[in-house]
Design a protein around this ligand. Sequence first.
Ligand code: GAR
Length: 200
Amino acid sequence: MTGLFKIAVLTSGHSRGSNFKAIYQYINDKKLPIVVDFVLITEQDPPIKEYCASLNIETIFYDGKSKINSFLLELFKERQCDLIVLAGFMRKLSEQFLDTINTPLINIHPALLPKYGGKGMYGSNVHNAVFTAGEKISGATVHYVNKNYDEGDIIMQQSVDITDCQSPEEIGKKVLAIEHQIYGAAIEKILLGRTSLLKD
Ligand code: GAR
């Protein structure tokens, strides 16, 4: 037993991987006993792949030939991670997968759940809805994943004032900065029972 925790990061599509970078930097800066075992990608060459290569982190490519839920179950049986981290992973995981997997799974959502969550609420759709509703505050939420979109228990949440934002894109930028602050801290809290960064 090395005392090291192993996490896997799942992305999908043309992932820019900014949350993954922030998580990696957080782990490194705080010298946490956590290693990134691998990063899942679902496209041949998303921007995140190059970043992983520069850090010598393995990327595993899901080529779409088998069902993603059974592919992931096999993978996690083999790799035995302590935590599965969704970062820009937009695929629906089946109820059977969630019932079978015995590793905790977490996600980051670009709004203050339970508001602006649910089917179709991802990425820019969330910020468009927040902007249209004229909200003064938005934020980011790290939560466990369960069978209902964005309804798992909340682990960490941080809000940000968006009264000066003139567009959904401006909201998205502010919220992304918050995501980058809290995701690493939430992982630390789950695995190590503390956070170096935030009180919550
Ligand atoms: C992030 O804003 C994350 O909150 C969002 O996708 C983006 C991924 O960015 N996820 C969702 O909307 C999930 N419902 P990244 O690839 O730069 O980390």
